[in-house]
Design a protein around this ligand. Structure first.
Ligand SMILES: NC(=O)c1ccc[n+]([C@@H]2O[C@H](COP(=O)([O-])OP(=O)(O)OC[C@H]3O[C@@H](n4cnc5c(N)ncnc54)[C@H](OP(=O)(O)O)[C@@H]3O)[C@@H](O)[C@H]2O)c1
Length: 257
């Protein structure tokens, strides 16, 4: 049985993945943005291997999350699930970054760099990442007028590029990205066509399954099938440039292979 850390496990797909993995007998480390929000998982905290707390908008708190996970021990898998959708404004964080970039891109990068290397990494992307090409010249939205949908799309393209970059840099780690589809969560809304269980299945499977089909790396998945992501996300030059920029913006380098 594996031990899996899931970011953003207080609601939606993260919570559903946590529940599914616990029901299969795996150990799960939950994550909530605050002690208050941890109450949202009170019904299964007693079955969890731990609950870590921190707001991913804050680089300082994100580093604290990495410390808390490392104190629990080495994870077998990490599902980078937490995310925000279209935000009304750039909403600069305490460190001065666009909120969407901080939560959806910088936080998974920081956690990847700072948490003891697991055996598997899964990053939640979206089919909308296809509209997110061309971000490198202004990753942090300091020169462009705010465009919420574009900022989200870019962050979800970063998730695929990050997964693929890690697959190349850390060959002993299985690193993949997942488009869960349009799912009925707080983010997806009540009219979304995909149910929660279907929406969480691929990332949970990639995190723990011993089936040969799940033991691959550097792939983009949708409902248990591999798909081709946007060209930029799959381009090693873009991936390397993105990692370099993320290292500059966070002041944290990605450990080498
Ligand atoms: N639902 C869809 O249709 C859909 C489609 C494509 C991709 N996705 C991706 O799937 C992932 C999960 O989405 P979802 O639909 O489950 O969203 P959701 O229902 O809104 O849940 C998001 C989770 O992330 C957490 N989170 C957000 N901001 C945070 C912050 N600053 N610090 C700590 N935790 C934070 C939330 O915590 P709180 O509960 O405290 O807010 C919650 O646990 C996201 O990465 C999303 O981009 C979703």
């Amino acid at each position: 049985m594996a031990i899996v850390f899931i970011t953003g496990s207080t609601d939606g797909l993260g919570r559903a993945a946590a529940q599914s993995l616990l029901d299969q007998g795996h150990r799960v480390v939950l994550h909530a943005r605050s002690a208050d929000r941890a109450a949202a998982v009170a019904d299964f905290t007693s079955r969890a291997a731990g609950v870590v707390v921190g707001d991913l908008r804050s680089a300082a708190e994100t580093k604290g999350i990495a410390d808390q996970v490392n104190a629990i021990g080495r994870m077998d898998a990490i599902i980078h699930n937490a995310g925000v959708y279209t935000q009304d404004s750039r909403a600069a964080t305490a460190e001065g970054h666009a909120g969407t970039l901080a939560i959806n891109t910088l936080a998974p990068y920081l956690l990847t760099a700072l948490i003891e290397r697991p055996k598997r990494l899964v990053y939640l992307s979206s089919g909308l990442h296809r509209g997110g090409e061309g971000s490198l010249h202004d990753l942090d939205w300091t020169r462009r007028n705010w465009d919420a949908a574009k900022a989200y799309a870019e962050s979800k393209l970063h998730a695929v590029a990050l997964a693929f970059a890690l697959a190349r840099r850390w060959p002993q780690v299985l690193s993949n990205a997942v488009d869960p589809g349009w799912v009925r969560t707080r983010m997806g809304g009540a009219g979304a066509p995909v149910d929660l269980d279907t929406g969480q299945r691929t990332q949970s499977w990639l995190a723990v399954s011993e089936e040969p089909a799940a033991m691959v790396s550097g792939r983009y998945w949708h409902h248990l099938r591999q798909e081709q992501p946007a060209g930029e996300a799959a381009d090693p030059n873009f991936q390397d440039a993105l990692i370099e920029r993320l290292s500059e913006l966070t002041g944290v380098s990605l450990p080498a292979a």
